[in-house]
Ligand binder design. Structure first.
Ligand SMILES: [Zn+2]
Length: 175
């Protein structure tokens, strides 16, 4: 078994291939270079497999669950694909939500921890600063709400109304 395959199996990384890794022992940081496995090049809107148009020169990072006190980050250069319906668009990332900087499983653990303990305790378990966790949690909840929004309502919302707008004071209170 190759080292890359060993890392993939040990960390239970699914739907991706490990291409390379960098371990900084002093900083307790593991950077894993990955790419989608058999499920790349899909339009993030309709999930259709499309032609590759362009591969980004910039690497993107996704924070994953820590392992034995070591921070883990996945690293990949997302491609742009040409979808017949949606045109030029970023490919779907199998391990994370669109434009998210954390993996699905990190997000899941964060949301579960935050329901049963304080944010400070959850941040300790996830090896991040409490302020970072607070930001991530906020982005996560905002993204979840956007996904649930009905798209056609946009046109209704954009119409001017005579109703005074309600102040959004509940932005920080999660259900
Ligand atoms: Zn599409």
């Amino acid at each position: 078994m190759t080292v890359n395959k060993f890392i993939r199996k040990l960390l239970k990384l699914k739907e991706l291939v490990v291409c390379d890794y960098e371990l900084n022992e002093r900083k307790r940081h593991l950077l894993i270079f990955v790419k989608p496995y058999k499920n790349g090049c899909r339009c993030l809107e309709c999930d259709r497999r499309c032609k590759i148009k362009h591969q980004s020169k910039l690497y993107r990072l996704w924070r994953d669950l820590p392992v034995y006190g070591c921070q883990v980050e996945l690293c990949y250069r997302p491609r742009e694909v040409l979808c017949p319906t949606h045109g030029r668009i970023q490919e779907d990332i199998p391990w994370a939500d669109n434009y998210s900087r954390i993996t699905y499983r990190f997000e899941f653990a964060m949301l579960v921890y935050c329901q049963i303990m304080t944010q400070k305790a959850a941040a300790m378990l996830l090896h991040i600063a409490a302020s970072t966790l607070s930001d991530m949690l906020h982005r996560s909840v905002t993204r979840a709400r956007q996904n649930h929004r009905i798209r056609d309502l946009k046109t209704l919302i954009n119409q001017p109304t005579n109703q005074p707008t309600q102040p959004t004071t509940k932005a920080n209170s999660y259900p």
